[in-house]
Ligand binder design. Structure first.
Ligand SMILES: Nc1ncnc2c1ncn2[C@@H]1O[C@H](COP(=O)(O)OP(=O)(O)O)[C@@H](O)[C@H]1O
Ligand code: SF4
Ligand SMILES: [Mg+2]
Length: 405
């Protein structure tokens, strides 16, 4: 994360327990709670500031994703089930996440962010590509080895329903994961650990004997974070961790995540549809469109000079506090809906909505994500021409998109 503290709402710090008595329910879920034994080491990785754009050495990299694909089969027929096609939810993504950094993943709803996060942790089985975690190819791990590796990668979900079991007390929620991973080593030490965990997320000891419904949305997310931390992970995938929270509480939870990262050397993949959320907490940002990564850069570089037409459009929709900047910025309204990932457009997947689309290449050749200087990667055939102002923007006729068949 950047050194900057999230101040978007002027909310108080994270020391106090937030008191949003709102109705939003936000919870969190950890993965791999079915684990027995496993190595207890790790948990603390030296936090490195990875905000620079230079290529990371192998030692600096915690996660390498190579060509990951998650294609969901579309089944047809009642008696004789057959595969009628595929939803190309994630369709060939390469990225690396460095130790101690926060990688923000953004894109509009349905572009495959959650599926990428789940595929990375093998909560959904990728149909192609591989994931290397701390030097080990986890794509092929099975049984005990897979469960052990899962302890090191935890997920925090937005999903309020499948998050915290309403019948379990906070104590039982937290102990469950520890026990599964052999981290519950006696009554006294476990108790001390639970109190420490709650304290680290800003909740009092008395929370242990309460149930999820007795907490506010923000507090429930803190419990979810504590549950993820209970098994001493290295990587936390936070899928829309604050999307369902009241704005003032959002900043508190983001600040908490930032503090924990600094203290424990955690590495984060933070998923959000809201660029404003990701901007403040991310070192680097990846922008997804229809199962692909279309742009990746340091947070500062992405905001200073977005290169991909899709990112330009996304950013032009984010309000800027400074009115003079606001006036100068070009507003780019995207025409048409996100095409179905079951029928992705040919060539550049964005060509059906791109205001810079050209007659050659765009609808025939799929652009590679390529470095166009300083680690800023863009998947657009014409990125340089657009940057130089040699290609102008034009109107886009909305296309009829295929319904899901
Ligand atoms: N289990 C599944 N089976 C079939 N399609 C799925 C499944 N999970 C997600 N999808 C589809 O994959 C696409 C990407 O979904 P998702 O990863 O949830 O996107 P995001 O998190 O960016 O909103 C969507 O079209 C969604 O409907
Ligand atoms: S490759 Fe063509 S259609 Fe795709 S973003 Fe670039 S200009 Fe637009
Ligand atoms: Mg999602």
């Amino acid at each position: 994360m950047t050194d900057e503290t999230v101040t978007t709402t002027g909310a108080p710090g994270t020391d106090a327990v937030d008191t949003d008595a709102g109705a939003e329910t936000v919870g969190a879920e950890t993965v791999g709670a079915d684990v027995a034994g496993g190595d207890v080491a790790g948990g603390e990785v030296a936090g490195t500031s990875a905000a620079d754009d230079g290529a990371a050495g192998e030692d600096d990299v915690l996660v390498t994703v190579e060509g990951i694909e998650v294609h969901f089969p579309i089944k047809r027929g009642i008696v004789l089930e057959r595969t009628a096609g595929y939803v190309y939810a994630v369709d060939g993504i390469d990225l690396t996440i460095r130790r101690g950094e926060t990688y923000g993943l953004v894109g509009e709803s349905g572009c495959g962010k959650t599926t990428l996060g789940r595929g990375l942790l093998r909560l959904v089985e990728p149909t192609g590509g591989r994931v290397v975690f701390d030097g080990t190819d986890v794509s092929t791990l099975k049984g005990e080895a897979l469960r052990t590796s899962r302890r090191r990668m935890q997920m925090i979900f937005q999903d309020p329903l499948s998050s915290l079991d309403p019948r379990q007390s906070v104590e039982s929620i937290l102990v469950e994961g520890m026990r599964a991973h052999g981290l519950d080593k006696g009554k006294q030490s476990t108790r001390a650990r639970l109190v420490e965990l709650l304290d680290s997320v800003g909740l009092p000891e008395s929370a242990l004997h309460k149930y999820p419904h007795e907490f506010s949305g923000g507090q429930r997310q803190r419990i979810g974070i504590a549950r993820a931390l209970a098994v001493e992970p290295d990587l936390i995938v936070a899928d829309e961790p604050v999307s369902a929270l009241d704005v003032s509480v959002q900043a508190q939870v983001l600040n908490l995540l930032e503090q924990l990262q600094q203290r424990l050397g955690l590495t984060y993949l933070v998923i959000a549809h809201d660029l404003a959320v990701v901007r403040h907490i991310s070192d680097r940002i990846g922008v997804m469109y229809l199962g692909s990564l279309v742009e990746e850069a340091s947070s500062d570089s992405m905001y200073a000079e977005p290169m991909h037409p899709y990112t330009k459009a996304l950013l032009s929709a984010v309000p800027v506090p400074d009115p003079t900047v606001e006036d100068d910025r070009e507003q780019i309204l995207l025409t048409g809906d996100l095409p179905s990932p079951a029928h992705p457009p040919t060539g550049c997947r964005f060509h059906t909505r791109c205001p810079w689309k050209q007659d050659t290449l765009c609808d025939t050749d799929r652009p590679e994500l390529r470095d166009i200087g300083g680690g800023h990667r863009v998947a657009c055939h014409y990125a340089e021409d657009i940057r130089a102002g040699e290609i102008g923007r034009h109107e886009v006729e909305p296309e009829l998109v295929h319904p899901d068949t």
